[in-house]
Design a protein around this ligand. Structure first.
Ligand code: HSE
Length: 340
């Protein structure tokens, strides 16, 4: 299985580490022998080598700040789109930055790869939130797979759970905690910290960005809600079509009041049907303490999927992280390789 990386940041490197660590298992259990034949990175440079790139070396170069174009192979000067057109691989891993407004340039990278007959797996929310249906159709036409387990709850296998494990069920509602940073902040506020101090801690721990808007205003959760609404409810809405409120207006007094009433604030993303129409939203909600979502503290994510067969099924796990998100790509690769 020949792989091409577009992007070699935290997530790409997380997968590279897993490919090294799990080399023997992949071969023995799934008959998979992945060979990375190309890496393109906007900042670190690009290289291709049909004989295979040494991943240990690539990781060391990335760590030392050395250009990947210095790795054994052919250095490449053009942009990522030209790279896709030039280099031949079985699978493209699209792990460049997310632009949730346009979905670009990632959507164009994915289209080009699918058009070339390559399978694609991505952790990039933009293309899936905005163009899932057309990309899926293109993949089908080309007889390849377009997978994106890592776009929602990173490697915690929510998408596989609904698509494969709950096969044959009608999905009535999905609701849950889709953003770890805000869940961490709300947990700390319940422990007595102010919003500002909790946010500061989240930033120091690397959960929240210096400009924390995407998390605290609910936009990141909204992107994930849009993906789930499109993939599992057939909705055509863009993120801007759904209502979204973050946690910036929640005060310590609100949290104390909810606690007294036996409840706990969580930033909840929800997708459901109302009179046959798909609805979706992100907003802070008071959850009963005996609901499974109430017990999920810190930076964890959790989703309850309501089905016609099993009733409620809840999955809890990490929603971010280098290895965790790298693992989402590994799940997709094993699937593409026919392992599961
Ligand atoms: N920043 C997100 C979170 C992870 O805190 O959950 C990436 O979607």
């Amino acid at each position: 299985m020949k792989l091409m990386f577009l992007g070699f940041g935290t997530v790409g490197q997380g997968l590279a580490e897993l490919l090294i660590r799990k080399k023997a298992l992949l071969a023995k259990q799934y008959g998979l022998k992945p060979v990375v034949v190309g890496i393109a990175d906007f900042l670190k440079g690009s290289v291709y080598n049909p004989k295979g790139i040494d991943l240990k070396k690539a990781l060391a170069y990335a760590k030392e700040g050395r250009k990947l174009s210095e790795l054994p192979g052919t250095p490449f000067e053009g942009d990522a789109l030209s790279f896709v057109k030039k280099v031949n691989a079985d699978v493209m891993l699209e792990v460049t930055y997310t632009d949730i407004k346009t979905g670009e340039p990632a959507t164009s990278h994915i289209r080009a790869a699918l058009n070339k007959g390559m399978h694609v797996t991505t952790t990039n929310k933009g293309p899936v939130a905005l163009n899932h249906a057309s990309l899926q159709r293109l993949a089908q036409r080309k007889g390849v797979q377009f997978l994106f387990e890592g776009t929602v709850v990173s490697g915690t296998p929510l998408i596989n759970l609904i698509r494969d494990t709950l096969a044959g069920s009608e999905i009535k509602e999905i609701k849950g905690i889709l953003n770890g940073t805000t869940n961490y902040i709300l947990t700390k506020m319940e422990e007595g910290l102010s919003y500002e101090t909790a946010l500061d801690k989240a930033q120091k721990l690397g959960y929240a960005e210096a400009v924390p808007d995407a998390d605290v205003k609910g936009w990141d959760a909204l992107a994930k809600v849009t993906i789930l609404a499109g993939v599992f409810f057939g909705a055509k809405g863009k993120p801007s079509d759904y209502s979204c409120r973050g946690i910036t207006k929640i005060t310590s007094a609100d949290i104390a009041k909810a606690k007294k009433a036996g409840k706990r604030y969580k930033l909840i993303g929800r997708i459901w049907r109302q009179n046959g129409v798909v609805k979706a939203s992100v907003s802070p909600k008071q959850i009963d303490l005996n609901h499974p979502l109430a017990g999920v503290g810190g930076a964890a994510n959790a989703l309850t999927v309501t089905t016609d067969t099993l009733g409620d099924v809840t999955i809890v796990g990490p929603g971010a992280g280098r290895i965790e998100t790298g693992y989402s790509l590994l799940i997709d690769l094993i699937k593409i390789g026919g392992g599961v």
